[in-house]
Design a protein around this ligand. Sequence first.
Ligand code: GTP
Ligand code: MG
Length: 154
Amino acid sequence: MERTFVMVKPDGVKRGVIGSIINRFEQKGFALMAIKLMQIDLALAEEHYRDLRTKPFFGELVGYLTSGSVCAMIWEGPNAVANARSLIGKTNPVEAAPGTIRGDYAMDVAGNIVHGSDSPESAAREIGLFFTQELPITTFMGFPYNEQSAEATH
Ligand code: GTP
Ligand code: MG
């Protein structure tokens, strides 16, 4: 089963929408594998977004990411990466459809609430950066994850 890395960014934490975001992932059928609230340092922010280091907004981006606590999560499910990206919506909230997280909670690209890995390879790299300890792989809150338990949450 595929996994993806999702992070509620500092503006999402400050606005108190962690629960709403978790709720959307649970309703979709994802299984939560790990979660933690943390303050990330500049080195981790720069490593996380290293593919964007030549962009003119890189300084603003890592400043934004280190401006407060983030909520780092690992979610599991079929096509987890693509399904998470579709829940999250387009990068720029102006273009993100209503019904997506960014479409419903954000207005500006410099404060777009949430991050989601863009490929299974990125997900593995990011999970390794943010979660160094071994993770439980067979259970979700005591229940084995399967199609039936996902349906039962709807
Ligand atoms: P993430 O899920 O956060 O990785 O966003 P994304 O995959 O939809 O977009 P991308 O990886 O290209 O950009 C990463 C992040 O950089 C975005 O989510 C924004 O927070 C930020 N960003 C992108 N474009 C701009 C910009 O033009 N200005 C600023 N200030 N930030 C930007
Ligand atoms: Mg990205």
